[in-house]
Design a protein around this ligand. Structure first.
Ligand code: ME8
Length: 649
């Protein structure tokens, strides 16, 4: 089937805050979105899969300040740096089509235009903001929305806030939004609709504060300097600016908007199902077809989150278990719409049960037996099936339909359960038909070939349907079956495998993991590094008078040359610019700690009125200051801006 026949499909993940490295909880939504995107491509849709990063806001500004870098440098490092967001998506085999950063110029300019449009149409107006602000969530709350005086989202402290600000007339859209949620399938799962209506809409939707003046890391309101656009407005419109809305960077808006689905975590459903449609209504734009609020990955019953620090490192898990196993685990073990408790035990037992025992064994036993009894190819001519084959064949033939029904509801866990029912049935089919017994009689060879053909065909269809979840594994299965057809149409048709295609054996797809050993290894790795044992402080020296201290002349010097002193392991010989016309020579016993080259040009401190003395036959006129603790030594190195000859006072 040609791609164009199926139409287009636009799916998005939330754009992530690059305020810290991402954890496995973030990978959850992205892996689900990737699986959906791959599934739609498999079906023949022309897919646009968007992800990205949401880079503005006070939290980022504060973190950058703490790290001593600019906000742009800070986010660049987390998005593009080693082990950053883009690296993680590469590792997890995320097949996004577009990646938006809200600091991209085209997006910033588009947000300014959007804000102005809503100002001009009267839906954004200027007023005074008085209320409560939750810094980590970047959310404003009214008194009545707080839970026990705390932020209803994260439970954290909120602070009083009052300032001149712009407001969006959210209240104007309350009844249209309510209608959208209650009377359509816009928001799923359905339980989230009740949450939104009961907790936010029915108590009364107030106008939303949409600008800030207390920090500057955001999109500036171009017609009122000093105000930056509220980060959620900036963030939500990414779904459209990334297609070319209000910018010339892209030209896909007409093709892909409205989105087919936004996948979002449950705590940001409020923004996506109330604020987002209201803003689109204000601009008379089509609404996305669906918002799906998935559950959280919990650790020990609580949300895994950067701010709590109870996060699991996806790099570590992928390295130990493989990316496909990790992707599979995330969608197999928890229903997408509800919360799920992550544990290493569950991860390992899922891999062992489903992947090593069921899928892995089926593939390796089937291919190994086909090769053992027939060599590379099965006979071209196959005898008819027997009655006892009917159940397996019916299950496999009907599998795509059942799988599709679940996938269309984003019920990844159920879709996988359908595939694994068939895999278990096929393993049972091996035992029922005992190919090793059939192989003993020449007469039974046609039957043996048929049994193996049926198994290979089962592997083909299951492998193909697993491809959105485990792309590499599906590719490997296809290879082992001699390049069997795995396109969408062929996955609904029994009997397409060419019996003469050459099968290939290989290493187990998923080696069994020794639970006890692995848990112990993980525990060992995750142990916090022992705190370094500090060397004891040196004994305090006797007190001296200020006059005595003042006698010491400490001068800023620049290193002109530095070399090792021949026949000495300890000494480095320096010539130094001490601000006078004559270079000063000092010998210093620090050869163990520094290579001469690394000190060239450095700005150091020397005691310059110390009586000269001879060392290894050479004069040393002073002493370089260094800091010593135990067996560690560091020269005192100053800012290069300080001129040579300056005195330390
Ligand atoms: O919310 N389990 O960014 P974010 C499941 N920038 N999902 C989790 C999770 C967990 N333990 N922890 C985080 C933002 N997530 C905004 C989005 S969209 C216009 C702007 C999910 O980096 C979380 O639910 O804090 C959210 O959907 C996503 O990761 C990004 O979270």
């Amino acid at each position: 089937m040609c791609n164009a026949c199926k139409g287009k499909y636009y799916i998005t993940t939330p754009i992530y805050y690059p305020s810290a490295k991402l954890h496995i909880g973030h990978s959850y939504c992205t892996v689900a979105t990737d699986t959906m995107a791959r599934y739609k491509r498999l079906q023949g849709y022309d897919v646009m899969f968007l992800t990205g990063t949401d880079e503005h806001g006070q939290k980022i500004e504060d973190k950058a300040k703490g790290a001593g870098v600019t906000p742009q440098q800070f986010v660049d490092d987390i998005v593009l740096g080693e082990g950053g967001v883009k690296d993680l998506w590469k590792l997890m085999n995320i097949s996004y089509d577009r990646f938006i950063r809200t600091t991209d110029d085209y997006h910033v300019a588009a947000i300014q235009k959007i804000f102005k449009k809503m100002y001009e149409n009267g839906d954004i107006y200027k007023g005074t903001y008085k209320g409560k602000y939750c810094k980590p969530c970047e959310s404003f709350w009214t008194e009545s929305q707080l839970k026990d005086g705390k932020c209803p989202d994260c439970g954290g402290e909120v602070q009083d806030a009052e300032e001149e600000a712009y407001f969006f007339r959210l209240s104007k859209y309350a009844s249209r939004v309510r209608d959208l949620l209650v009377n359509t399938d816009f928001l799923e799962p359905r339980s989230r609709v009740n949450e939104m209506v009961n907790n936010f809409i029915d108590p009364g939707l107030e106008d939303l504060c949409v600008s800030r003046t207390s920090f500057s890391w955001g999109v500036p309101v171009d017609f009122d300097p000093g105000h930056v656009v509220y980060v959620w407005i900036d963030a939500l419109f990414n779904y459209m600016t990334a297609l070319g809305f209000e910018n010339d960077k892209y030209d896909d808006l007409e093709k892909f908007w409205p989105a087919d689905v936004h996948f979002v975590g449950k705590e940001i459903v409020r923004f996506h199902s109330i604020i987002w449609p209201a803003m689109l209504m204000s601009l008379n734009l089509p609404l996305p077809k669906k918002v799906y609020g998935h559950g959280w990955l919990l650790l020990d019953g609580g949300k895994m989150s950067k701010s709590k620090g109870n996060v699991v490192d996806p790099y570590l898990l992928a390295q130990r278990f493989g990316v496909d196993a990790l992707r599979f685990f995330l969608l197999r073990s928890f229903p997408f719409g509800s919360d799920g408790n992550f544990s290493n035990e569950l991860l390992i037992s899922t891999i062992n049960t489903d992947l090593a025992n069921d899928l892995g064994n089926l593939v390796s036993r089937t291919v190994a037996m086909a090769q053992k009894y027939f060599g590379e190819h099965l006979p071209a001519q196959q005898q008819a099936d027997e009655e006892k084959d009917a159940e397996l064949i019916a299950m496999v033939s009907g599998l795509r339909g059942k799988y599709e029904e679940q996938m269309e509801k984003y019920a990844f866990q159920n879709a996988l359960a359908e595939v694994f029912k068939v895999i278990s049935r096929a393993n049972k089919y091996i035992d029922e038909n005992a190919p090793w017994v059939l192989a003993k009689s020449e007469e039974q060879r046609p039957r043996l070939a048929r049994v193996l053909y049926n198994l290979l065909e089962t592997v083909r269809i299951c492998g193909g349907l697993l491809s959105p979840f485990m792309p590499d594994t599906a590719g490997e299965i296809g290879k082992r079956l001699g390049g069997a057809p795995m396109d969408w149409d062929s996955l609904a048709q029994w009997g397409l495998l060419n019996p003469e295609a050459a099968t290939v054996t290989g290493a187990p797809l998923f080696p069994r993991i020794d639970m006890e050993k692995e848990l112990a290894a993980l525990e060992e790795i995750s142990k916090p590094a022992p705190a370094p044992v500090e060397d004891p402080l040196p004994e305090p020296k006797e007190e001296i008078a200020f006059d005595t201290f003042e006698k010491v002349e400490m001068t800023v010097v620049k290193v002109l040359t530095c070399e090792k002193v021949k026949k000495s392991d300890k000494l480095l010989k320096f010539t130094l610019n001490d601000g006078t016309d004559t270079p000063r020579q000092i010998l210093s016993g620090i050869a163990k700690y520094y290579q001469p080259e690394e000190l060239l040009g450095k700005t150091l401190v020397a005691v310059t009125n110390l009586a000269p003395r001879k060392m290894m036959g050479q004069m040393s006129c002073g002493m370089l200051l260094s800091a010593e603790r135990g067996d560690k030594l560091n020269l005192v190195i100053l800012d290069d801006k300080i001129p040579a000859g300056s005195r330390l006072v």
